[in-house]
Write a protein that binds this ligand. Structure first.
Ligand code: ZN
Ligand code: ZN
Length: 344
């Protein structure tokens, strides 16, 4: 529950905008920002595109399997194995996609307050102006997945989704690559063996899969790196976020706000912040514990859910242990910023 106060902003908003009154139930607590864009049907077009990209090569895949593994090689066991592996991976891809489509959670832990959705704002929570709400440990807003935010609860499902796409891509590329290789090898020995259609489908699929593997695989690699250093995409790409975590500045002889704001900083000070951001890892508590914060589980058979659709991260997403080393580095950055201010 949100902390009670005689002035209830949620009720005030409901009175001002009757069209939104249903959404601002005081029982629910923090809810959608009324100024955020309303989600329309066309916001789902990129999602439909993404699903189409995953399903479009299916006919070619079946063609290669039936024509090459069943008719040419006459190996039904191999044919069934390839079907099982590829459709298990496809099932896992869609499982995590459905998990990603479920609505975001609300929360009511005390902490900072979000001025846009009138809700408490715990550490690492960001307000997404497109979704119009605060997202716990927000990673990024993803237009491809039905204009949804990836945050504390959905991050493991998101990682599961891109990992399974990468694995399916690798599998298809290897199977099709070897089928095409064999087909050309046979045709080289006896041109009458040449089936013109199979290599065409096989080459198309192998190329398609390699593109997917390169794009999604490098994306997954980047996210694995972020998991190991315990940063979200937003934290990794926004160096000036660390300004919020600076210790109180010495009060004399400078005009900086406390904490300093990005537009107040000189070019030199901005460089100091960027350099510090490289080494300050606020939540890095060692790679094992960082990994557990995302992939660990706290219920029996948690690993089944991890394998099936990714599940959600353990913990409440509101508080995170800090890296003790980062406090010293933040204190040093605060001192350097003030020193630089004297020089100006
Ligand atoms: Zn908010
Ligand atoms: Zn969003």
């Amino acid at each position: 529950m949100a902390p009670r106060s005689p002035f209830n902003p949620l009720e005030t908003i409901a009175l001002q905008s009757p069209t939104h009154s249903v959404e601002y139930s005081p029982k629910v607590g923090p809810s959608r920002d009324p100024e955020a864009p309303v989600k329309r049907w066309y916001h789902y077009l990129p999602l439909c595109g993404a699903i189409l990209l995953i399903l479009a090569p299916q006919p070619s895949w079946l063609y290669v399997l039936v024509d090459y593994h069943l008719k040419t090689l006459k190996r039904p066991a191999l044919f069934i194995t390839h079907l099982l592996v590829s459709y298990t991976l496809t099932f896992l891809i869609f499982s995590s996609l459905i998990a990603l489509m479920s609505p975001h959670e609300d929360y009511s832990a005390p902490g900072r307050w979000c001025r846009k959705c009138w809700g408490p704002k715990p550490e690492r929570t960001h307000h997404c102006s497109i979704c119009g709400r605060c997202v716990l440990k927000m990673d990024h807003h993803c237009p491809w997945l039905g204009a949804k935010c990836i945050g504390h609860r959905t991050y493991p499902a998101f990682l599961h989704f891109i990992l399974c796409i990468t694995l399916l891509g690798i599998y298809i590329a290897v199977v099709c690559g070897s089928a095409v290789w064999d087909a050309f090898h046979d045709a080289f020995q006896d041109p009458r063996n040449m089936n013109e259609l199979m290599p065409l489908h096989g080459i198309f699929l192998a190329f398609y899969a390699v593109v997917f593997v390169l794009v999604m695989g490098s994306f997954y690699g980047y996210h694995l790196y972020l998991v190991l250093i315990n940063q979200t995409t937003i934290e990794n790409l926004s160096p000036f976020l660390i300004l919020r975590h600076l210790p109180p500045l010495p009060r004399t002889g400078h005009d900086l706000s406390d904490p300093p704001l990005e537009p107040e900083l000189s070019r030199g000070q901005r460089r100091l912040v960027r350099d510090a951001h490289e080494s300050i890892r606020l939540y890095d508590v060692g790679w094992r514990k960082n990994f557990q914060q995302v992939f660990g589980w706290n219920r029996p058979y948690g690993w089944v859910i991890r394998l099936w659709y990714g599940g959600s991260a353990p913990g409440d997403g509101r508080s995170f242990p800090r890296n003790p080393k980062s406090e010293q580095l933040l204190a040093r950055l605060a001192t350097e910023l003030v020193k630089d201010e004297y020089r100006r």
